[in-house]
Structures are given as C-alpha cells and as structure tokens.
Design a protein around this ligand. Sequence first.
Ligand code: A3P
Length: 314
Amino acid sequence: IYGYLKCGTFVKVGPQRYVLPAKFRRCAEYIYNMQVRPDDTWVITFPRSGTTWTQEMVWLLQNDLDFKTAKEVPLYERFPQLIVTAQIPDLAHYLIRANFMNLANFQGLDAAIRQPSWESIDHAPSPRFIKTHLPLSLLPPNLLDVAKVVYVARDPRDVAVSYYYLQKHIGKGIVRASFMEFWEAFRKDLLPFTPVVAHANEAWQKRNHKNLHFIFYEDLKKDLSLEVRSMCKFLGREYSDLKLSLLVDHLAFDNLKKNKTVNNNLHNDQKAQFIRKGEIGGWVEHFDDKMVVQAQEYLRTRLAKVDVRYPTIP
Ligand code: A3P
C-alpha cells in the first residue's frame, strides 16, 4: 500500500495498481491470510458485471435448488460480500469531496448498509458462499487450490454505465455527477476496484485452472440455460432437465427483478435496485461521439497489455 487519496487506498501488486475502498487498509492483511476452506464457493467480479445474477445461480446449484430458502433469506446474508461496508460510503465520500454529491443527503448511508464484517465471514460456518470485488491478487494465494471460484466479466462500457446508475440512485439520487464526469473518473481508473480490465485479466490468466470458472455476462444473456448447465458441471452437481429449467426461469431478468431477496437489497429506495436494465450494449445511449472515441482508446490501450478478450469487443 503506497498511497491514500480521497475515497480510496491505492494498492500496488507487482506492476498493477488498484483503487480500493479506504477500509481495505485495515483488512488487507487479514483477508490475504484468511483460511480458505474446500467447501467454500467464491464469486469474484468487478462491480456491476453480473455478480448478483451469478450468486443466485451458484447458491441454488450448491443448495439442492432450495427455492424456498432463497425466497426467504436475502442474498446478502446467504452470500455475503467481503468488505462491502466500505465500498459505497467511500465512493460517496469521494464524490462529496469532488463536489459531485450533496453532503446532507449522505447522512444515514452508512447505516443503510448492513453487511457482515470480514471477520464474521472468516468465522462463518461451512459451507461458505463469499462474494468479493477484490482482484485475485489481493485474496488468499491458495484460494484456487482449495475452493471453487467463479469469475464474471462484462464489457467495461456497460459496466461503467451500470456503476454510474447504482451510485446515482443510492440514497435517493445524491450523486450529482453527470455520466460524463463519472466516465472521466472511470476511464482514468480513479473509482473503487479499477482498473477493470486488469481485474478481469487476472482471472482470465487462470481460466484453465480446474477450480476457476470464468464467464462473461454477455454469455449469460446469450444462453442462460447453457451457462447454468456448464456451471452445474463445474460445481459437480447433477439435476434433472426439469429442475434446471425451473432454475433458468427463476434467474430470468423479469423474475429476478421482482425477487425481493435478490434485488433491491441495499436499502428501500426503489431506484437503487441492483437489477436495473440487464442489457448488452446499452452504453451506446450514454456515450457521445467524443466519449465513444475515448472508450475506443481506453480499451485499445488497456487490452494491448493483457490477454483477456471480451465477446463484444472486436
Ligand atoms: P444494468 O445496470 O446494466 O442493468 P452486479 O450484480 O454485479 O452489481 O451487476 C448488476 C448488473 O447485472 C445490472 O446491470 C443488472 O441489471 C444486471 N442483471 C442482474 N440480474 C440480471 C438478469 N437476470 N438478467 C440480465 N441482467 C441482470
């Protein structure tokens, strides 16, 4: 850890720099040394890449398609997140300081986010289901050798738009930044968990590891049934076609959006829903000509340094 600016802690791993929630300074070592268990299942993503969707799929496949419990217990309790407590308030602090957000509306935001601490996740009974936005290099080094890990990636342009809307609507529209301003911060890798391409590339490099299942949001959209089957195989589970079709139906966008234990789990603001539009390529409506060129340049320079290839980026 070599610096600290506004909302984030800059962490340098080898040549790579990440922006992390400021609280990460307090738990970095703890998390790195956390005991991984063979019956753990982890879902790792850059925010807004299809995490929630994948978590619900993975939890149900690992729990005998127990739809009853899934409908009763919020996803954030069944499948808690490592260090979420920091993510939203820290970004809010950043936006306040950058004068993108109104301080008055920030009150109470912290209290609205009730997630378990890293210590309680560490001590939770098995089997554990753990969601995190931390890149692989900041997680326990033996993670893949011990536990099953799913990584989900998505076109960074759609991620940027989705990230913006989530922040904008948290706490009743307190973020004043326009998308253009938010995009500036995104493409300059100033937002928590950026840079997004390097984040995905870490997992991409390990995609042939037997305990890592690397998927794209766009493939989930293209053929959910196929992806459910391939996830089932990865997790070593077997279900009848009929049961799997019930799962595919449960995971369909309209059904998941209506599902109170999965969607809208941050607080009661209707607009601050985790499940928003669920589209591929919706970014085009938010980028003007200048931003399109910036995005091309951003992707060209980032992708030149890494191996990961996105299905929507030629
Ligand atoms: P949009 O904001 O583009 O709609 P995460 O869970 O990582 O925060 O990702 C959230 C994104 O996944 C949101 O994207 C959300 O709508 C989308 N999503 C969630 N469930 C989905 C589903 N069943 N089908 C399609 N997209 C889904």
